[in-house]
Write a protein that binds this ligand. Structure first.
Ligand code: PSU
Ligand code: MN
Length: 339
């Protein structure tokens, strides 16, 4: 963390990357007072993304689910901070009207912002929803350690020819946030996704499981690199990564609750049918297209499962955030020589 001389902003970069303070301009950053107060008191905060609201789920389910995720975080004892860019300002923690605005916006009115798109969105005063990658960057900037989502982006099927690999994977390799997800979306090439995560040096943790979950299904058949069974272990691992100064994050892969998991064969059928229609769709549009088609093909069953898994991730993220606060508190106490 570096503070530029005479500058009101603090630039927080990945620990192993030098921050460059050349004529920095003040960042248009608004942190909701409830979030700022929690962070200042070392109380747990969970970052939440907004792309899932504006591009990942259909209206009006998206607004209901966004509210339910926030409620779940609170129920588990943490403060939710949904992140977006509105009118060219970074917003950490959205009020009801901002959530509703994002959820209601017609396709195209709200941009899908990843790492590459953040600066131009600020520069041009745009509205944008943040992907996993962009939410990680902004969470880190605000000092938030934990982030909950549904599924991260990854290596798309056919990437060997079209090179479609989500910036989420690169971000996990560089930004120190622990991301809780139900694995990677089943529409992806999961073996390749795990390979890229390994190359990027991401700590991939199976939550009480030895196999990597596949979003709507509990088990992809692939082994998970590390298994953990307590949130204290995940919290300590997060803090040890920071202490090592290696940058980059952790992916906590939490299998969808058993009662709502969908049969793998059925999901594969929907994916094949959606993939068959993908021709001509490229770039940022691919993931929203596939998720939308699958919601239609499954007559809402995919949506029901999506809601359940994201709520479960929100709960687990809140517990991990709480454990990080406790571990940090004991670390401070130990450093001060307390018993
Ligand atoms: N998970 C979902 N729905 C989504 C996404 C994830 O259940 O809409 C979004 C996330 O914001 C993720 C993004 O970061 O899709 C990945 O998009 P891409 O493959 O274009 O990087
Ligand atoms: Mn892509």
């Amino acid at each position: 963390m570096t503070r530029a001389p005479d500058s009101p902003i603090t630039i927080i970069g990945p620990e192993n990357e030098e921050s460059v303070d050349v004529n920095p301009i003040p960042l248009p950053l608004d942190i909701a007072s409830e979030v700022a107060a929690a962070l200042a008191d070392n109380r747990p905060v969970v970052a939440l993304e907004s792309t899932i609201i504006s591009h990942g789920l259909p209206w009006p389910d998206n607004l209901a689910i966004a509210r339910a995720i926030e409620a779940e975080v609170r129920k588990a004892g943490a403060v939710p901070a949904t992140i977006a860019v509105l009118g060219g300002r970074i917003r950490i923690g959205l009020d009801e009207s901002a959530l509703a605005h994002l959820a209601r916006a017609p396709t195209g009115a709200v941009a899908k912002l990843s790492r590459a798109d953040l600066a131009p969105a600020l520069a041009c005063g745009r509205n944008g929803a943040t992907t996993v990658a962009a939410t990680m960057i902004l969470a880190r900037l605000a000092g938030i350690d934990v982030f909950a989502t549904g599924g991260i982006g990854g290596v798309h099927r056919g990437a060997e020819t079209d090179f479609d690999i989500s910036a989420d994977l690169v971000e996990l390799g560089r930004t120190a946030v622990t991301v809780v997800a139900a694995g990677a979306k089943a529409i992806l090439d999961l073996p390749k996704t795990l390979e890229v995560l390994e190359t990027a040096g991401v700590t991939v943790i199976g939550w009480r499981t030895d196999t990597f979950p596949a979003f709507w299904c509990r088990d992809s058949g692939l082994s998970v690199p590390i298994r953990m069974d307590t949130v204290a272990e995940i919290a300590r691992s997060h803090l040890c990564r920071q202490a090592l100064g290696i940058g980059g994050g952790q992916l906590v892969a939490n299998p969808i609750p058993e009662a709502v998991a969908l049969p793998r064969a059925l999901v594969e059928e929907w994916i094949a049918a959606a993939e068959a229609r993908k021709r001509g769709i490229a770039g940022k549009a691919v993931t929203p297209f596939l998720l939308g088609r699958i919601a239609e093909l499954s007559a809402g069953r995919s949506l029901h499962a999506n809601r359940a898994l994201v709520l479960d991730n929100a709960r687990l993220a809140a517990e991990i955030a709480g454990a990080i606060c406790s571990e940090r508190q004991s670390g401070i106490a130990a450093a001060q020589g307390a018993p």
